[in-house]
Design a protein around this ligand. Structure first.
Ligand code: ACO
Length: 285
């Protein structure tokens, strides 16, 4: 394990509100304000911006796992430090904070060039849904508690939360939880399509690690293209999607440093050494 918080031998612009442990290619990124249930304050926002930049550049890092310290994933945006204080301060500073928050929770997370997994270990409210949905995949503890609690204190799920929720939940379910603020557990989150897997708490870390290891085995360049393509085609017409996907596929084959398609075809058709339906081709590295 790299006990460092990412890049080595230099002062890192995180470590107070966000910690990073790199272990066998997996960066375990922990929102670290357990006494405040990891409510997202400006410290988390700006440290996460720096963490994501560093994790992108760090070749040792293959997969990101985002989780929370203590008994919370995150209690959402910090009502005091993210709302009350900035609301009363200079408008430009508030706008900068909101921009930085959207930058990591949405733009950077959803388009991150490496696979990302949310490991929901406990309370997950409001703005934390954006972090959750911003990750490619999600694993929850059965007894984690989720809630779109904004309605309970008189705001709408803003930032980009309502948009995110609409992407992954049905209209009936999204409006039900937006309008009632009712909480639900990890098992229900799985039924709603909000997480991929829900497991007993004691299995959470190992199940997440197994999933991360599966992703680590895949060709990283192709993984990156696959998720980029998924996000783009959602809003395209069928004709445009066909054209884009063929072009993206050609680009991926052309740019892929390990020429995975060639290796896969050779190993299946010539060497008869593996079955693509059942496993990944044997990669050099
Ligand atoms: N913003 C600011 N502070 C928070 C937040 C938050 N979102 N969540 C928790 N805290 C703080 C509390 O004020 C408290 O601080 P203190 O010790 O200085 O008094 C500390 O964290 C612990 O909170 P408790 O309520 O005592 O913890 P408990 O475990 O009993 O309850 C729970 C946890 C259910 C998460 C509760 O704290 C809560 O309801 N938090 C707000 C959740 C919420 O509505 N989030 C959505 C925000 S809106 C948005 O994200 C857009």
């Amino acid at each position: 394990m790299t006990a460092s918080n990412g890049t080595q031998g230099q002062e890192k612009p995180w470590g107070e509100f966000v910690t990073v442990d790199i272990e066998e290619g997996i960066a375990w990124i922990t929102l670290n304000r357990p006494d405040k249930r990891n409510a997202i304050n400006p410290g988390i926002v700006y440290e996460m911006v720096a963490v994501l930049d560093a994790m992108e550049e760090d070749d040792e890092v293959k997969v990101l796992v985002v989780t929370g310290a203590g008994d919370a994933f995150s209690a959402g945006q910090d009502l005091k430090e993210y709302f009350r204080i900035p609301d009363a301060g200079p408008p430009l500073a508030r706008e900068r904070l909101y921009r930085a928050n959207a930058a990591w929770q949405w733009r950077r997370m959803m388009n991150f060039p490496k696979p990302t997994i949310a490991m929901v270990n406990g309370w997950c409210f409001g703005g934390a849904f954006q972090v959750l949905i911003g990750c490619d995949l999600a694993v929850a503890a059965d007894d984690a508690t989720f809630g779109l609690s904004e309605i309970n204190w008189g705001i709408i799920p803003a930032g980009i939360v309502t948009k995110s929720v609409a992407e992954v939940m049905s209209q009936r379910d999204a409006l039900y939880y937006i309008m009632t603020g009712e909480t639900f557990d990890g098992k229900r989150a799985k039924e709603l399509g909000l997480v991929n897997i829900s497991v007993p708490r004691e299995e959470l870390r190992e199940r997440t690690r197994t999933l991360a290891n599966t992703l680590k085995e895949k060709n990283p360049y192709v993984l990156r293209s696959a998720k980029t393509a998924y996000h783009h085609v959602k809003s395209m017409s069928w004709d445009a999607a066909l054209d884009y996907l063929m072009a993206k596929s050609d680009q991926t084959k052309f740019r892929d440093p390990e020429k995975g398609d060639q290796a896969g075809m050779k190993q299946f058709l010539d060497d008869k050494s593996y079955r693509p339906g059942l496993q990944t081709y044997k990669r050099e590295s």
